[in-house]
Ligand binder design. Structure first.
Ligand code: GLV
Length: 400
């Protein structure tokens, strides 16, 4: 199979490979998808000014993130149900990330357990994303398992105090419990490679997939609603919980979903080592700002004390450099590795990451820079003025 040329090509291939309900669950935003459009518009409106004739022989993409040296400034973001995209998808993602020299953050809501992922990807740098359960003691016990599996960094998702209103999921029947319908049946039947290679394989080998990290007594098929209160996601999570987590977890602690300076300061006060300036891929709050628009203010305020990461909306290596130019030390990517995984399993995920690395390298070379961290010197913000019909867009209001 020919390797797609860019992330858009991987996305197209994923759209063909996956049932529509699963593809849209990953691809789309929430409500009217304003935040999703805003992400792209904001990223597209940023330009970086190159230096010419700098003659650097080669670039250095290695980056320090939360005490570890990674091959490039990327981390595979936590994504629920990645194991539905490809059989043993979470292990495949971890192996691909390890080969590319970057960490992978495993979701509380993965299908495969952290122990199985560790066994399948012994060399991987594994991070873990926490959705706190109502029963804190169960979450604490999970953290002990996570630590034993050699996880260095815990990423607490802070931006999901309730379920977002993703109407396409309802239309597609992609809800918990799943809504079986003729339409959903046809959707699955029309994707025989996924049906046989993923779903039937799970059904034959282990039965309907479950959320692997849930305690055995509360574990139910991902298609069914778990009624147990103990493992409901804690919607009342607050900063006291983060202070408590700081006492429980000895490794690096990162708060994901920060979009304001005040919260960034609170994360610092709570003892976090890092934050992810993130809009959850524009999947949660449809009036959230684009992270790129608030990033530099946050990085200026806490960047000396905390490792600032960013995510949401990345399509190109140049998007990664735009985030770094605005103050991120490194960038998380969620949807893209899943497109790679859907396209061609582990090799597809690796191809996708290699493609992004090459795009970062080419863009950096074009900018006349040697390291991503130098990108702030090339930052120039431009905003497109409203276009009159038939005229070309003009750049205006140039600032530093
Ligand atoms: C889970 O975190 C999701 O965005 O669906």
């Amino acid at each position: 199979m020919q390797r797609p040329l860019n992330a858009g090509g991987f996305r197209d291939a994923a759209r063909r490979a996956l049932p529509k309900a699963l593809f849209e669950y990953i691809d789309r935003g929430t409500e009217d998808e304003n935040a999703l459009r805003c992400l792209r518009n904001s990223l597209d409106s940023i330009t970086l000014v190159p230096r010419v004739l700098t003659g650097h022989p080669q670039r250095e993409l290695r980056t320090e993130i939360l005490g570890e040296t990674t091959a490039m400034p990327l981390v595979v973001a936590p994504t629920a149900l990645a194991g539905l995209v490809s059989h043993n998808g979470e292990i495949k993602l971890a192996r691909a990330a390890a080969r590319m020299g970057i960490p992978v953050c495993i979701s509380t809501q993965s299908i495969t357990t952290i122990e199985e992922i560790r066994a399948g990807a012994p060399g991987a740098s594994l991070w873990f994303q926490l959705y706190m359960w109502k029963d804190r003691n169960l979450s604490r016990a999970l953290l002990e398992r996570v630590e034993k599996a050699g996880v260095t960094t815990l990423v607490v998702t802070a931006d999901t105090p309730t379920s977002p209103k993703r109407e396409y999921n309802h239309r597609n029947g992609f809800s918990i419990p799943i809504k079986y319908s003729l339409r959903l049946g046809l959707d699955v039947a029309l994707h025989p490679r996924w049906l046989c290679g993923v779903l039937l394989r799970y059904l034959l080998e282990t039965g309907m997939p479950t959320y692997g990290h849930y305690p055995q007594e509360f574990r139910s098929a991902v298609t069914r609603l778990s009624i147990a209160e103990a493992v409901r996601l804690e919607n009342l999570l607050n900063w006291d919980d983060i202070h408590q987590l700081r006492r429980w977890w000895k490794g690096k602690l990162v708060i994901k979903g920060v979009l304001g300076v005040h919260d960034a300061h609170l994360a610092k006060t709570a003892g976090a080592d890092g934050i992810v300036v993130s809009a959850h891929g524009a999947r949660n709050l449809d009036i959230a700002p684009a992270p790129i628009d608030v990033l530099s203010g946050i990085a200026d305020a806490v960047g000396h004390d905390l490792d600032v990461l960013a995510d949401s909306g990345v399509k190109r290596g140049s998007d990664v450099l735009k985030y770094i130019a605005n103050g991120a030390r490194s960038v998380m990517i969620g949807r893209l590795p899943l497109w790679g995984l859907a396209t061609n399993g582990e090799a597809g995920a690796e191809d996708l990451l290699a493609m992004l690395r090459d795009e970062i390298d080419v863009t950096l070379t074009m900018l006349g820079l040697q390291q991503p961290s130098e990108c702030h010197t090339a930052l120039q913000r431009t905003r497109l003025t409203p276009q009159r019909s038939g005229t070309k867009s003009k750049f205006a209001e140039q600032g530093s």
